[in-house]
Design a protein. Structure first.
Lengths: 473, 97, 474
């Protein structure tokens, strides 16, 4: 149910219904880490104008969004007892808009992963087929939106962590421009790639949500001064003359015929509505190094970002005879093997003797990739691609962000949105084998309105506006 | 360069204040083999006249925070997540260094 | 063999700001443990740094006074290491782009003025404070995140004396600027000294040791002198110096080893992704530079050119900023500059010592001292009387009132004094005899007798003149 329709219901009823539904689905989906007490929040609504955009709307936060006084674990053992002493900037924005936070959603440990299999509370199940994964790292949030628990759930996206699960779960996933939404209070993964975003089931809700969440925050020095338009009021389905680029290298790499067909079908419809569709190619050499470039930068930044997790001031502290031992024991037990291995790789690439060859090299290649994308967007309004090359896989078939010998451009192309910081959105465009599939759009910096406008057209064409999953018991 | 054996990775892990098991160190060895192949691919990209990209947007800011007290948390909040507290301080076993 | 001592110094100074370098929590010395912190200082997950404008302003002032070149594009980097006093597991500092580079500090040496070159001055954040006891370590995070500047010299110093002079001069400059409390004993200024010896004439550096935590300037020179001798002894016996960190033990008056340096630690510096480059407005920088307070060298120069003080007196005053400021205030009320300097340097310092009061708590009202100096000048009171008046001024009293109360008026009435002089001459015929026989010191004796008879109130100059006049008549 979208926000507009939900607004018609009784406030207390809808909030408690949402919690009830999440609780009922928890055994099948395992998407929630912590349920949040809403009583006090409902009382505080009295101080908020009743026409606030999210007045009394139940929302879900990914568990890396700090909530004062409410357990925030980032799905990691080391933070499994952490009670934040402050609220993330977006919590303040959501509360001011009248939103009621009902739950903290599961994620890949510290955001590092694309499957949600690494969550400390166990993997999250896809509401369309609980044998399949949700995708990650914002898996819990994607699933709770897709299962119609909440019309707006918050996620974060460092390397497609909103957009991939959105595609797998048939919801809209928005990763706005870097700096559009404050990151203050979001437990980081890799600072230069991290974005705050969200899931909705309609474009209208997506437009509404960005207006609430976006804006300059002095606590995040990278947050933007760019004015925040009223995206919802400015929604316009007329896409005549819009220039849309399709990346052939990406599309050619997709092997699932049904997914290719669905994509081609959609582009034809957009053309019929007056959009100009053109095919472009990106430099193959650059595309082939997308993943190592990402892997090196992300791991380097994350090893530093998580050096604060030592069990001393907060988090799970393991005993030891000296403070060094306490730190070593806490960090060894506190992080899963995968995370520790990433830290080792990240640290290795930062050594003085390796930086030129690894970290700085990756940062240089990042610039070349960004230039390549920018050159396309200088000519076009959006870049349109298939979001994911497959439907949500079963856990044993899933591929993660880990390095691989094989060329996985179809799987990884969305991380270009993190390199560039440009706004991106995935949305459902059909079903294959009963599972949702999605398309992905990227626009010029701060041109989220373009994404919403073209998205609204696509929504009209696909008829998938507000679609949610019926979870089988 | 040092040999990338298990001991090497275990040493790197120690510098990061954690341990990796023998098995994990072996996995790291394998991952580094892949990484080195990927680095070889990266090396083929000509970046001679390219500066590292540190931020997605490189516009300079002029913003600096005014020197006014904005947030303080209570002493209770500062200490409440610490496992051991003594006399209003965070308490840890002796620092060896 | 002849050895040359090579010394480089790193100094950390806490900047006098209201809030931390990257957070809006208050900076305060001596507050209750963990009461001046917020989530940023504690390195809680999700926190982000936000640069303090005042810290940048103070750093610009310091960089300017030290003749550094200022980089108007401010950037920060992460220095990665794990320690329980470092909440984030990295320190935010300016490794790659310090706010100031180059520059120098001019010191006085036995061979004259010498410039000690600076490598850089950069901004960074302080760590938490740890207390060690039998039960373990206690951590107070109040200091964590306090703004610091680190000033790194080139290895230009050649003796303990030069090292001490450098630290003293730097401290004085920063103190005059008002950018830091520069209290070494309280840790608001911390000094690490790198020392090595090399064969005289050689251009290669020897193995160096680093002496940490020197808590006074006297200890800087003592520690260096000790360390130089220690290294010399080792080298002369054919030994090698071990690269290590040492500390100065006051009781032993010796440097003792703290830890060996196992190669160079790799701090894996990389640019801080959460702080974009900050462009400082050129007119803001220019404005800060144009309004720099008077620096010690400038003040000394002024004391010599405007007040006619000699090099020594000007130096003594300038070396103590509080004293110099007091002196300036006195000079605002009198033109007896030299007299004012003497009284400030000698009598005031002695009085403060006697009262056991620090110059910053000086109870003396500069206007009162100026008035007293005027009375001396005009002959209203004698120098001897002035000392008594001054004691009362130090208690907060008005000199006019003291003089009136004690009936201290100097006897300057010609007739009265003439009467007294003739009485004295009458009673000392022997002295008149001596004078006539060419013994000039008889005059001095007679003046003394008049002073005695007047209980010290006779105007000495007038007395002298009258005695000579009356002697001539006899």
């Amino acid at each position: 149910m979208d926000i507009t329709n939900m607004m018609k219901q009784d406030i207390t009823q809808r909030v408690y219904d949402a919690i009830e539904k999440a609780k009922q689905l928890q055994p099948q989906l395992n998407a929630v880490v912590t349920f949040v007490d809403v009583e006090e929040q409902l009382k505080q609504l009295e101080g908020i104008p009743s026409d606030a955009p999210l007045y009394g709307i139940p929302v879900v936060l990914k568990d890396n969004v700090n909530t004062k006084g409410v357990l925030t674990t980032a799905s990691s053992r080391i933070l499994s007892n952490y009670i934040p002493v402050y609220d993330a900037a977006i919590c303040e924005k959501l509360k001011a808009a009248g939103a009621i936070i009902i739950a903290k959603a599961s994620m890949d440990e510290l955001g590092m992963g694309g499957t949600n299999l690494s969550a400390y509370t166990g993997w999250v199940h896809n509401p369309y087929d609980t044998e399949r994964i949700s995708g990650g790292s914002s898996g819990g949030s994607a699933v709770l939106c897709a299962a119609d628990v909440s019309p707006l759930t918050i996620g974060t996206d460092t390397g497609d962590s909103i957009r991939k699960p959105a595609a797998y779960n048939g919801v809209i996933g928005v990763k706005p421009t870097y700096g559009r939404i404050s990151r203050y209070g979001i437990i980081p993964y890799a600072s230069s790639l991290d974005h705050v975003g969200y899931f909705t089931t309609t474009i209208q809700d997506a437009a509404k949500a960005l207006h609430v969440l976006a804006g300059r925050d002095d606590r995040d020095m990278t947050s933007s001064y760019e004015p925040v338009p009223d995206y919802e009021a400015l929604l316009d389905q007329d896409i005549k003359g819009k220039r849309i680029a399709i990346i052939d290298n990406v599309q050619e790499a997709i092997q699932d015929k049904a997914i290719v067909e669905s994509f081609n079908d959609l582009t034809q419809k957009l053309e019929q509505r007056g959009a100009q569709i053109e095919h472009v190619r990106l430099n193959d050499d650059l595309l082939s190094v997308l993943l190592p470039t990402y892997f090196i930068i992300a791991n380097a930044e994350t090893t530093a970002n998580h050096s604060n997790l030592d069990g001393i001031r907060y988090g799970v502290r393991e005993d030891g005879d000296s403070v060094e031992e306490v730190m070593i024991n806490s960090r060894t037990k506190g992080f899963s093997a995968n995370i520790r291995k990433r830290f080792v790789i990240g640290s290795y690439s930062l050594f003085v003797e390796n930086q030129d060859k690894l970290f700085r090299k990756a940062q240089k290649v990042r610039r070349l990739i960004v230039n390549e994308v920018k050159a396309v967007l200088d000519q076009y309004d959006i870049i349109l691609t298939t979001a994911a090359p497959t439907i949500a896989p079963h856990p044993q078939d899933s591929v993660d962000e880990a390095l691989s010998d094989t060329y996985l451009i179809a799987e990884n192309h969305m991380i270009m949105g993190n390199f560039t910081g440009y706004p991106c959105m995935t949305m459902p465009c059909g079903f294959v084998e009963g599972m949702p599939i999605g398309i992905h759009m990227m626009a010029k910096p701060f041109a989220e309105q373009t994404l919403f406008n073209i998205g609204a057209t696509i929504e009209a064409e696909t008829g998938l506006k507000g679609i949610t999953a019926e979870v089988k018991a | 360069m040092e040999q990338m054996n298990k001991a090497y990775f275990q040493k790197l892990a120690r510098q990061l204040m954690f341990d990796v098991s023998d098995e994990e160190a072996e996995q790291l060895q394998e991952e580094f083999e892949i990484l080195n192949k990927q680095i070889a691919l990266l090396e083929k990209i000509d970046t001679e006249h390219t500066e590292p990209m540190i931020y997605p947007f490189e516009a300079e800011t002029t913003f600096l925070r005014e020197d006014q007290i904005t947030q303080t948390i209570s002493r209770e909040d500062a200490l409440k997540n610490a496992k051991a507290v003594m006399a209003g301080h965070v308490h840890v076993p002796k620092v060896v260094k | 063999m002849n050895y040359e001592t090579v010394i480089g110094i790193e100094i950390h100074c806490e900047l006098k700001t209201k809030t931390k370098m990257f957070s809006g929590a208050p900076v305060s010395f001596g507050a209750v443990a963990n009461s001046c912190v917020n989530e940023i200082d504690l390195g809680h997950p999700g926190t982000m740094p936000c640069v303090n404008k005042e810290a940048v302003r103070l750093a610009i002032m310091a960089a300017t006074a030290l003749h550094c070149e200022i980089d108007p594009l401010v950037k920060f980097d992460r220095k990665n290491y794990y320690y329980s006093d470092l909440p984030k597991g990295f320190q935010i500092t300016q490794q790659f782009h310090p706010i100031g580079s180059g520059g120098y500090v001019e010191i006085e040496t036995d061979e004259g003025k010498k410039q000690i070159r600076l490598n850089r001055i950069h901004m960074e954040e302080d760590t938490a404070k740890q207390f060690h006891n039998e039960e373990g370590t206690l951590i107070d995070f109040n200091r964590a995140g306090t703004p610091l500047v680190e000033i790194v010299s080139e290895a230009d110093m050649r003796s303990g004396k030069e090292a001490a002079a450098y630290v003293e001069k730097l401290r004085s400059i920063l103190n005059y600027l008002g950018v830091s409390d520069v209290k070494m004993e309280e840790g608001s200024m911390r000094c690490d000294v790198n020392i090595s010896l090399r064969e005289a004439g050689s251009t290669v550096f020897g193995v160096k040791t680093e002496i940490k935590n020197l808590n006074s300037i006297a200890n800087v020179s003592k520690a260096v002198d000790y360390e130089v001798e220690r290294q010399k002894e080792i080298l002369e016996q054919g030994g090698t110096i071990i690269q290590e960190t040492r500390r100065f033990d006051e009781a032993q008056k010796a440097t003792v080893s703290m830890r060996k340096k196992e190669g160079n630690v790799d701090y894996k510096y990389f640019p801080e992704p959460n702080i974009p480059p900050i462009r400082l407005a050129s007119d803001w920088i220019a404005d800060i530079q144009a309004h720099l307070p008077e620096l010690p060298d400038q003040r000394k120069e002024r004391y010599q050119s405007e007040y006619g003080l000699n090099d020594y007196d000007a130096g003594v005053l300038v070396n103590n900023r509080e004293l110099a400021e007091f002196y300036d205030e006195v000079c605002a009320h009198t033109s007896e500059y030299k007299l004012a300097a003497n009284w400030t340097i000698v009598e005031l310092t002695a009085a403060l010592n006697k009262l056991n009061v620090k110059p910053e708590n000086n109870p003396c009202n500069p206007l009162h001292l100026a008035e007293m100096l005027q009375m001396i000048k005009e002959g209203t009171i004698s120098s001897k009387q002035a000392k008594i008046v001054f004691e009362e001024i130090m208690q907060g009293k008005d000199p006019k009132q003291v003089v009136a109360e004690k009936g201290m008026k100097q006897m300057s009435d010609g007739n009265e004094l003439l009467k007294l002089v003739n009485e004295v001459l009458d009673n000392n015929p022997k002295s008149i005899e001596d004078f006539k026989n060419g013994k000039d010191r008889a005059v001095g004796f007679l003046v003394g007798q008049v002073m005695k008879a007047s209980k010290g109130t006779a105007n000495p100059a007038m007395t002298n003149q009258l005695i000579k006049q009356e002697l001539a008549k006899r």
